[in-house]
Design a protein around this ligand. Structure first.
Ligand code: NAD
Ligand code: MG
Length: 387
């Protein structure tokens, strides 16, 4: 069995998506194999994962932490590589078939880019890759014959719904949003949100950055941009609806008005497994929908006044160019400042908006220019004070 296994590299294996991916690999009965694992900070967890999965490579991307770490627990047969610049050679290695992009933030772009350049199958959780450089990454994938399959639950849902019809018959995509923990908060209550409150999401267990993004609804803004590039839609073809139960993961409306939805209990292992087995579907042991009990699904429009992040997302999806890289980096820096107690919850989106308004817009930037703006936007947010 083992010699037929699909070889998987997991970039960011110690994170929420990385750990769920290893759950899927563990449950695959040898049909999937973790050949490469990477981590930034939790190096003990990386060693434990290596002991269980016996990958050929582990990469510790933070060089300073890696050099201070005791690596004696690493199993024989696993090579240790240090530094983010070692990601490309591993993801491009002939042995690797699928690359799970599960690093958080624009730091995930390097590995995703390298995998795409080598024509691999990329199972994409790192939505920031497409927010920062959507047109460049999709063009690279076309040129190199790479396949990008979504892990993000909404995009996995859209990807599944699109299989019900022809692309030219799609009218619009409808992304669902849980609305996060503050769905019913007033503007005054939003101004008083604390870090522990923002880190407690009602339906999903996720890393800290995306949990805060879900609370501000910046996550949905980033997902609108991700959907625009991944599915080659116009910005006005991507809509968002609040759906607190997180059972309908998204929908596609066709030109005749028929709407196809994908439903399942909120569990990231399902979209991860689908991305790793596509076009096949495998059995799963995860919680299934129980329709023997009374249940109800609710849908509400988004309140853009209380959640202005979405307006920024729609603007960026419309303008493209350098706006995605600037919005993403500004948001990463603002969330970091919020988590450090330096910025109010309600200041995250205004900080992003201010930096977005003041940047030098370029409609067709190079990758190098996007990286320059990523650094610039972080610097701007580090100095930003609420007017
Ligand atoms: P996380 O914080 O739990 O894990 C992040 C991983 O990236 C860790 O392995 C960490 O070591 C690594 N990492 C962090 N900074 C790094 C850097 N500078 N360089 C290299 N590696 C670094 O995050 P997560 O919740 O697993 O999210 C990962 C990605 O998946 C994000 O882009 C997120 O938007 C996306 N996503 C997550 C979920 C979810 O349910 N958690 C759902 C959809 C999409
Ligand atoms: Mg999502």
């Amino acid at each position: 069995m083992a010699d037929q296994a699909r070889n998987v590299a997991i970039l960011g294996s110690t994170g929420s998506i990385g750990c769920r991916t290893l759950d899927v690999i563990r449950a695959s009965g040898g049909r999937l194999c973790a050949r490469a694992l990477t981590a930034h900070r939790r190096l003990d967890a990386l060693v434990r994962q290596a002991v269980e999965h016996r990958p050929r490579w582990v990469i510790a991307t933070d060089e300073r932490l890696a050099s201070a770490h005791d690596w004696r627990g690493l199993p024989a047969g696993t090579d240790l590589l240090v530094g983010a610049d070692r990601l490309p050679e591993v993801v491009q290695h002939a042995e690797i078939e699928v690359v799970v992009a599960a690093i958080v933030g624009s730091a995930g772009l390097t590995g995703t880019w390298a995998a795409t350049e080598a024509g691999k199958t990329v199972a994409l959780a790192n939505k920031e890759t497409l927010v920062v450089a959507g047109p460049l990454v999709m063009e690279l994938a076309r040129r190199q014959g790479a396949t990008i399959l979504p892990i993000d639950s909404e995009h996995s849902a859209v990807f599944q719904c699109l299989q019900a019809g022809r692309r030219q018959d799609v009218r619009r995509l409808i992304l669902t949003a849980s609305g996060g923990p503050f769905r019913e908060h007033s503007i005054e209550q939003l101004a008083r949100v604390t870090v522990p409150e923002a880190l407690a999401h009602p339906t999903w267990q996720m890393g800290p950055k995306i949990t805060v993004d879900s609370a501000t609804m910046m996550n949905k803004a980033l997902e609108v941009i991700e959907a625009r590039w991944l599915f080659d839609m116009r910005a006005d073809q991507v809509d968002v609806v609040i759906h607190p139960q997180s059972v309908v993961h998204s929908m596609v409306e066709f030109r005749d008005g028929s709407v196809v939805a994908q439903m399942s209990p909120p569990d990231m292992r399902l979209p991860i497994q689908y991305a790793l087995t596509y076009p096949e579907r495998w059995d799963s042991t995860y919680t299934q929908l129980d329709i023997t009990r009374p249940w109800c699904l609710e849908f509400f429009p988004v309140d853009l006044e209380r959640f202005p992040a979405l307006t920024l997302g729609l603007e960026v999806a419309r303008r493209g160019g350098t706006t995605g890289a600037v919005l993403n980096a500004a948001n990463e820096a603002a969330v970091a400042r919020f988590l450090a107690g330096q910025l109010g919850f309600h200041e995250i989106v205004p900080a992003c908006q201010s930096v977005l308004q003041h940047h030098d817009f370029d409609p067709t930037p190079s990758l190098a220019e996007l990286w320059r703006l990523d650094a610039w936007a972080r610097e701007e947010v580090s100095r930003w004070v609420c007017p």
